[in-house]
Design a protein around this ligand. Sequence first.
Ligand code: AMP
Ligand code: MN
Ligand code: MN
Ligand code: MN
Length: 272
Amino acid sequence: MIDFHTHSNASDGALSPSELLNRAAEAGIKAVALTDHDTIAGFASVSESVPLGVRLVSGVELSCQWGKVGIHIVGLGFDATSGGLVAHLNGLDSARLQRAEMIAHRLDQKGMPGALAGAMAVAAGAQIGRPHFARWMVMNNHVKTEAEAFKRFLGKGKVGDISTVWPDLQQTVGTIVEAGGLAVLAHPLKYRLTATRLNALCAAFVTAGGAAIEVINGRPGPGETDRLMSLAGAHQLLLSVGSDFHREGEYSAGLGVDTARFPSGSGIWERV
Ligand code: AMP
Ligand code: MN
Ligand code: MN
Ligand code: MN
């Protein structure tokens, strides 16, 4: 049992980094990467106090762009003090703040004033993201649920979906590699690309220095893991797996993935 894709309240997860590690220890998970969106603050806060029996791997989920498509790259096993990585993360802090200002401006135009201060208060020092806006919109009765906030205002193609502010794929993968880490293409099927475009994305990812693709993210649909394992094989990429845990809930996967079904030598967990 391992988990190489998890979120804490340093980004848009519900648990603190230490709560998350304690849960992982209780669940008998051997190795965990805390992969918060565009920040390693949570990882840094617990890296010296990991519960017995769990191995904490350095991790992050970096927002980037491939052409106009927003892509997530998970970085694993890097040196968290790498100057290039720290500079990249500082750039992402600014990009997220700028994007938050743009989202708030657009929500203001839709009759929802005060969204920036509101979402920042919800984030409470965490890396700001759309889920914090969604929470604020529920708290202020603009929508009934966070799902509705995404569906009407924040999701793909809606006013709060601003996708032109991230660094490009090549630079993002390069930053992880230069920091001594391995880059993983997160949830390849979530980008809703055609098979041809998904192959082109994998090719670009390999050229940039990518190491693996996620074949399990949360709860895969029927056949998805097999399809992704073939894709990995076609591009000579390793496999990675993770729950993408954000919080306890009916629709989200629990912590931990069993790696027993994967052929020996195929997993990034054998290299990190
Ligand atoms: P951001 O990182 O600010 O672009 O926000 C994206 C995050 O919002 C994802 O990592 C998910 O945790 C969450 N998210 C994306 N789509 C939805 C949705 N339809 N409903 C609820 N949460 C979502
Ligand atoms: Mn998230
Ligand atoms: Mn993601
Ligand atoms: Mn994630």
